[in-house]
Design a protein around this ligand. Structure first.
Ligand code: GUN
Length: 454
């Protein structure tokens, strides 16, 4: 280093500590931080009206907003989050203040003013024109910070809150200003029912409305997507639109779990989000654990469905996934008798035997489905998020030429887990992912700058 004329201090990392890439939280609502850990008792549409809109509206008190946003940003960094994709609130000033707070703290962030022009109370919705004008003003404000870390995001809240004209206008703004887009898509059955009542012309499908408005782009991150159909997943993949998987909040709102492997197989980019306050933890370690548990639950559901499927379904599914006929079709139990058939006990026994065999195969097939482990969850929380944001050459892993967004993890604290001489470095890493918390995150760097040292 001296030869190169560089003044560099070399630090040796003590035994029991390691560095890893910082976490990328792909979906979080900043003005919901104050009630994180409470308000876990209502379904989505009710939860929004009852808790969320009133609390977000309180951000108009700029002193309160400053206090809450500063605390949130410190909490995120302390937990090892180095990039966050954030919803602000409906109002312009508090959301500009949020962007300023992120800029001052040095957190890498994509942040948006929330847009809503229907289906809320008057105190928490604006006209189409005001939403568009404020979004433009917000984009200009963030760009005026000249930050390489904080970027504006065009942010329609979700279809129930945004008229088609607003969606269209926001699609135009995103294109004109070359911005990222964030929203919610197909989050729950109550969302889908609401959208169906509003838009029977597109069969109530969020994806169709976003597509029509030009909001599905390669810079779009859509939260949830649990009820997306296969053709909608293909559409997202074609457009380069990513899904922010928010497994913890899905347990509360979603009705069905997101099958991450199905999304990845369809070519959709997937990362992880905390979805504070729908998700009650701001920690990405918690999001990783919930992602692993969700994928185990998806496998359980497949196994259970195979176990419960009546023989008639199994004989249909035994036709194979490609729809081709199986070599020995098994008439369904209780189906119309065929020539010289059920009267023979031997034939009935043969059918029962074949059906049981098919059921065993279906269960085995379901049990053989892969699930996410801690390594895959960690990948989603780092490289998955980086791909979702188009930052795969900038952050998410350690590679020459990337920016240094990193955390130093200490596993020697005896808190909140123990390590033993028998533990390898990989064991320590797995314990951190499964058992660790912010106490283990001893230092955080973003774009090479130290932002916390504890
Ligand atoms: N989880 C969640 N879903 C939403 N859908 C629309 N708004 C929200 C929100 O604030 N949180």
């Amino acid at each position: 280093m001296k030869k190169l004329g560089l003044q560099i201090t070399v630090h040796n990392i003590p035994e029991g500590r390691f560095m890893c890439p910082g976490f990328i939280d792909l979906h979080i609502h900043a003005p919901q931080y104050s009630y994180t850990g409470t308000a876990t008792d209502r379904p989505l549409m009710d939860w929004l009206d009852h808790y969320t809109f009133p609390r977000e509206a309180q951000m108009q008190d700029l002193k309160e907003a400053k206090a809450q946003y500063s605390q949130l940003v410190q909490r995120l960094i302390s937990n090892g989050t180095t990039t966050a994709v954030m919803f602000g609130s409906l109002h312009l000033e508090p959301t500009m203040l949020l962007a300023d707070t992120l800029h001052q703290a040095g957190l890498r962030a994509y942040v948006g003013k929330v847009c809503m022009d229907r289906n809320s109370k008057d105190y928490y919705q604006h006209s189409l024109e005001q939403n568009l004008a404020d979004t433009e003003a917000f984009v200009r404000h963030v760009r005026s910070l000249k930050s390489t870390l904080v970027h504006p995001v065009v942010t329609p809240r979700f279809v129930p809150s945004c008229s088609p004209s607003l969606l269209q206008g926001l699609g135009r703004l995103a294109q004109e200003h070359d911005c990222h887009v964030q929203s919610h898509i197909s989050e729950s059955l109550d969302n889908d029912a609401f959208v169906h009542a509003l838009h029977p012309e597109v069969n109530g499908r969020d994806a169709r409305l976003y597509e029509q408005a030009g909001l599905l782009t390669q810079r779009t991150v859509m939260a949830h997507g649990v009820t997306l159909t296969t053709s909608e997943l293909r559409l997202l993949a074609d457009r380069g639109t990513a899904i922010a998987h928010c497994p913890l909040s899905n347990f509360y709102f979603a009705d069905v779990p997101l099958d991450v492997q199905r999304c990845l197989k369809a070519g959709v980019k997937v990362g992880l989000g905390t979805d504070v306050a729908g998700g009650y933890s701001p920690s990405m370690l918690s999001a990783m654990r919930s992602a692993v548990i969700t994928s185990k639950a998806v496998r359980m559901m497949h196994i259970d469905a195979a176990r419960r499927a009546p023989a008639s379904c199994l004989s249909a599914s035994a036709a194979g996934n490609d729809g081709s006929a199986s070599s020995e079709p098994v008439p369904a139990a209780g189906s119309e008798h065929h020539e010289g058939s059920a009267s023979s006990p031997a034939l009935a026994h043969q059918r029962e035997h074949a059906a049981a065999q098919q059921q065993r195969s279906a269960v085995e097939e379901a049990a053989a489905r892969g699930t996410l482990g801690y390594k895959e969850a960690f990948w989603l929380a780092t490289m998955g998020g980086a791909h979702a944001l188009g930052l795969q050459d900038t952050v998410g892993s350690f590679r020459v030429g990337k920016e240094f967004d990193a955390i130093m993890v200490d596993t020697e604290l005896r808190e909140p887990f123990d390590v033993f001489s028998t533990d390898s470095l990989l064991d320590r890493f797995e314990k951190f992912v499964n058992l660790g918390d912010d106490r283990n995150v001893r230092a955080v760097w973003i774009q090479g700058g130290l932002v916390i040292w504890k």
